[in-house]
Design a protein around this ligand. Structure first.
Ligand code: DGL
Length: 274
């Protein structure tokens, strides 16, 4: 039974292609594992939608994904974690699958590395309004001055692809301004799309501001979770990865290949059950 479970893929969920930044870290840290990724691209963006819309949608997406069979679920979407972390856990519990999310690991890293205690959070409106980072940072047992900036446009800009023009630069600059005024020394990239614009953010904020992303910590947590449950794959070659999306396959493949910088292979369009 356990050997059979161990051969199942790790499920990775995001509203779009941002979760590929987390998937990449998983592929590097756990190369022999297989992965099944769902991007709810027809539901994108999660970051500007109401909780009434998001919570059932997140439940349906994760149920659909876990019904395909997996041994661990990684929610590679801060907005989904913030709006529906409890919904995901309920669905995962029904399937007997452990869940890893992206908010807590970043809060832990930021609290550990910030020298001044002035920490910025750049995230979607859904994530900021949900207060997930405030709670996670409050729980770190350290006095921190937290500046949160809600960025309604940034994930859609990234999801819609490059090139970045002057208008995009001006938008990103406007999100950086309150962080500069608050003199943060550490910035949590509170959306899995944002590592894709890390070079731009770093240039605007300067080298001294440390950018915190979730991917590496989540990959380490996934490794621990599999070891604890004896669910590591017995495969000793490179595992496979497959993709599901709810929107257009060609758009997902085109953008996904560019961002993952590896061929995506099979991408299947799926329809979520009501
Ligand atoms: N990648 C998702 C996140 O981490 C987000 C964006 C969205 O769907 O608006 O928040």
């Amino acid at each position: 039974m356990s050997a059979q479970r161990a051969s199942l893929p790790i499920a990775v969920f995001d509203s779009g292609i941002g979760g590929l930044t987390v998937l990449h870290e998983l592929l590097v840290s756990l190369p022999a594992e297989s992965y099944l990724y769902l991007g709810d691209t027809a539901g994108f963006p999660y970051g500007t939608k109401s909780l009434d819309w998001l919570r059932p949608r997140i439940g349906r997406s994760t149920r659909f994904l876990l019904d395909r069979g997996s041994k661990l679920l990684v929610v590679a979407c801060n907005s989904a974690t913030s709006a529906g972390g409890d919904v995901v856990r309920e669905v995962a519990q029904e399937h007997g699958v452990e869940v890893l999310t992206v908010v807590d690991p970043e809060a832990e890293i930021a609290a550990a590395i910030s020298e001044s205690g002035r920490v910025g959070v750049l995230a979607t409106p859904t994530t900021v309004q949900g207060g997930a980072y405030r709670r996670a940072l409050d729980a770190q047992g350290r006095e921190l001055q937290v500046t949160e900036v809600a960025a309604p446009d940034l994930a859609p800009i990234i999801q819609n692809g490059f090139p970045f023009d002057q208008r995009v630069m001006d938008t990103v600059r406007s999100y950086c301004a309150p962080l500069q005024r608050a003199d943060v020394d550490t910035l949590i990239l509170g959306c899995t799309h944002y590592p894709l614009v890390a070079p731009m953010l770093q240039r605007m904020l300067g080298r001294d501001v440390r950018l915190v992303t979730a991917g590496h910590a989540v990959a380490a947590a996934a490794q621990r979770a599999l070891e604890t449950r004896g669910l590591e794959t017995e495969n000793d070659t490179e595992g496979e990865y497959r993709f599901l999306c709810t929107g257009r396959v060609d758009a997902f493949r085109e953008l996904g290949t560019r961002f993952l910088q590896m061929p995506l292979g099979e991408v299947e369009q799926v329809e979520l059950r009501p």
